[in-house]
Design a binder for this molecule. Structure first.
Ligand code: SF4
Ligand code: FE
Length: 482
C-alpha cells in the first residue's frame, strides 16, 4: 500500500546508512539539520499523494498489480501518463522550490523496464522477470528508489576498461554462482539518503571489452560495502545557526547530492538487470537520459514559478511593480519558463509505446527540452537578480535583525512600501538569494546545466535524431534537383 508521509519518514530511521559529512559519520540523517530539508522535499511526494485534490496527478493504476500506486513508481502506460508526470513535477516544484529527488528512480525504472525486455528478446536472458519482480515489490511497499547513472569517469579520453584505475567506472570484480561483486563510485547522487533502494545503470554506451562495466542492478541503499559522502552546498551551514529562519531563504525544503562508493558489494542474481550485454548499455543510458530530460520540463518550471512569484513580490514591496521595465521583465521570465514547459509537454504527447508496453517520450523533443533547461533558468535567475536589487545580497543577518541593538535601524531603513513589514521583504529577498546563489541554486542552476546530462550530451542526441538526410530530400524536391 502507499505510505503516508509520516510512515515514509519513520521507515528511513530503520536504514543503516554509512554516511559521512563535514568529516564525521552521520548517525541520524533523518534529524540532521543540513540534510532534513531534502527529506522534507522527498516526503512531499508522499504527502501530496495522500491529498484527494491531487489524486489524478499523484497516483496511477499499476500495470503490474492493478492497484493504486504513487505515480513516482508508475510504468507509464500512455502519452496521457507521460503528460501527467510532467504536470506532477511542476506541482512538486511549486510546492518545494527545490529538487524533490524521486523522479530519478521513476525515470530509471521506466528505462530499465523497456530495455530489459528488449535485451531478453535479443539475448535470451531473464532480466525483465527480475526487474518486474523487484519493481512489483517497490510499488507494493511504496519504496523510494534512487536511480544511479553517473560514474566518476576518470580520464575522459579513455574507455572504461582502459582507465589507469579500473574502478573509475563501476564494474564487476568477482563472479560467483549466486551473483556478482561490484566496485566503483556513482557521483552527484540526488536523493540517495532519502531512498530505500538504489537502481544502478551503466553511465555510457559500451563496446566489446567493456563487458564487466555493462552492469545494471538494484540493492538496498545500506547494503554492506557502500559508503556515502555528502556533497556540500553554498550557504549550507546557515541551516545550523541559531537564527536559521530568515537567512536560509527556504527553511523547509531543499535537495542533496552524495558521492556513493561501492566497495566489493554483493548483488544476487535476481537483482541483476544487465550483465555484460554491452550492446544494450547504450539503450538504457539513452532512455533514462531521455526521461530525465523530459522531467526537467516539469520540475524546473515549478521552481521557476516560485522564483517569478518571489521577484514580483519583491517589486510590490519596493513599490516598483508599476514600472514598465519591471512588468516587461516579468513577462520575459514567464515566457522563458513556459517555453520549458511546452517542451516537456510536447515530448510527452509525442511519446510512443515500447516493445515492453510502457511509453517512451519523443527523444528528440526531450533533448531539445533539456537543452533549453541548460540556458533559460540562468536567464530567469539573472532577471530575478536584476529586479531584486542589491539588498538581496547585502541585507544584514537575521541575528542582527533579532538583536535589540540593531533591530530598529534595520526595521526603519530596509522598509520599502510603508504597509509591508520589513521582515517580509527580508524573507522574500533571502528566498531569491537562496534560489539564484544559495543552497537551492544547486538544483536550479548547475543542476539545470549538468543534471540529466551536460549540454553537449543533448547536442549529440539532437544530431543523431535530426534526420538531415530526410530534410535534404525535402529541399531537393522543392528545388527540382534530380
Ligand atoms: Fe526530479 Fe527535477 Fe530533482 Fe531531477 S532535478 S530529481 S527531475 S526534481
Ligand atoms: Fe537531476
Amino acid at each position: 500500500d502507499m505510505m503516508t508521509k509520516d510512515q515514509y519518514i519513520e521507515s528511513l530511521r530503520k536504514l543503516h546508512l554509512n554516511l559521512y559529512s563535514f568529516g564525521e559519520k552521520v548517525e541520524n540523517p533523518v534529524d540532521n539539520a543540513i540534510i532534513r530539508p531534502s527529506l522534507n522535499s522527498f516526503a512531499a511526494t508522499y504527502e501530496l499523494a495522500e491529498d484527494p485534490q491531487y489524486e489524478d496527478l499523484m497516483t496511477a493504476t499499476s500495470n503490474l498489480t492493478g492497484k493504486k500506486i504513487n505515480r513516482f513508481t508508475h510504468l507509464h502506460q500512455s502519452t496521457d501518463d507521460l503528460i501527467k508526470k510532467v504536470k506532477m513535477q511542476r506541482l512538486l516544484g511549486q510546492k518545494t522550490a527545490a529538487c524533490f529527488q524521486r523522479c530519478v528512480g521513476m525515470d530509471a525504472s521506466n528505462a530499465v523496464y523497456s530495455t530489459t525486455y528488449e535485451t531478453d528478446e535479443a539475448c535470451g536472458t531473464h532480466y525483465f522477470d527480475n526487474f518486474v519482480k523487484f519493481w512489483t515489490d517497490v510499488q507494493e511497499n511504496d519504496w523510494a528508489v534512487d536511480g544511479a547513472m553517473t560514474d566518476v569517469k576518470g580520464d575522459r579520453s579513455l574507455s572504461p576498461s582502459k582507465q589507469a584505475d579500473p574502478d573509475l567506472f563501476l564494474h564487476v570484480v568477482e563472479r560467483t554462482a549466486d551473483g556478482v561483486y561490484v566496485t566503483g563510485a556513482k557521483a552527484h547522487q540526488t536523493g540517495y539518503i532519502n531512498s530505500h533502494y538504489v537502481l544502478v545503470m551503466p553511465t555510457i554506451s559500451m563496446r566489446e571489452g567493456d563487458e564487466d562495466y555493462a552492469i545494471s542492478f538494484a540493492c538496498p541503499t545500506d547494503a554492506e560495502g557502500i559508503t556515502l559522502i555528502l556533497g556540500r552546498q553554498s550557504c549550507d551551514t546557515r541551516k545550523t545557526e541559531e537564527y536559521n529562519d530568515i537567512d536560509v531563504g527556504n527553511k523547509v525544503y531543499g535537495g542533496h547530492e552524495v558521492l556513493v562508493i561501492f566497495d566489493h558489494v554483493f548483488i544476487p542474481n535476481e537483482m541483476i538487470f544487465l550483465n555484460g550485454e554491452v550492446q544494450f548499455a547504450g539503450m538504457m543510458v539513452e532512455r533514462f537520459a531521455g526521461y530525465h530530460r523530459q522531467s526537467y520540463g516539469g520540475c524546473k518550471v515549478g521552481v521557476g514559478d516560485v522564483l517569478i512569484g518571489a521577484t514580483a513580490l519583491a517589486g510590490d514591496m519596493a513599490g516598483s511593480a508599476k514600472a514598465s521595465h519591471v512588468k516587461d521583465k516579468l513577462i520575459e521570465m514567464t515566457h522563458l519558463n513556459e517555453t520549458l514547459y511546452c517542451c516537456g509537454i510536447a515530448c510527452s504527447s509525442q511519446g510512443t509505446k515500447t516493445r515492453s508496453g510502457n511509453y517512451l517520450i519523443d527523444l528528440l523533443l526531450a533533448n531539445v527540452c533539456k537543452q533549453n533547461v541548460t540556458r533559460f533558468p540562468y536567464e530567469i535567475a539573472r532577471l530575478a537578480q536584476d529586479l531584486a536589487g542589491g539588498l538581496m545580497v547585502t541585507q544584514p543577518s537575521e541575528a542582527d535583525y533579532r538583536n535589540p541593538a540593531t533591530h530598529d535601524y534595520i526595521e526603519k531603513y530596509l522598509k520599502g512600501v510603508a504597509s509591508v513589514p520589513t521582515e517580509d521583504r527580508m524573507r522574500v529577498l533571502r528566498l531569491i538569494e537562496n534560489m539564484t546563489m544559495g543552497t537551492a541554486a544547486v538544483g536550479y542552476l548547475p543542476e539545470s546545466m549538468h543534471g540529466a546530462g551536460s549540454p553537449q550530451a543533448q547536442r549529440i542526441m539532437i544530431a543523431r535524431q535530426s534526420n538531415l538526410e530526410m530534410k535534404k530530400e525535402l529541399a531537393k524536391k522543392i528545388a527540382r534537383i534530380k
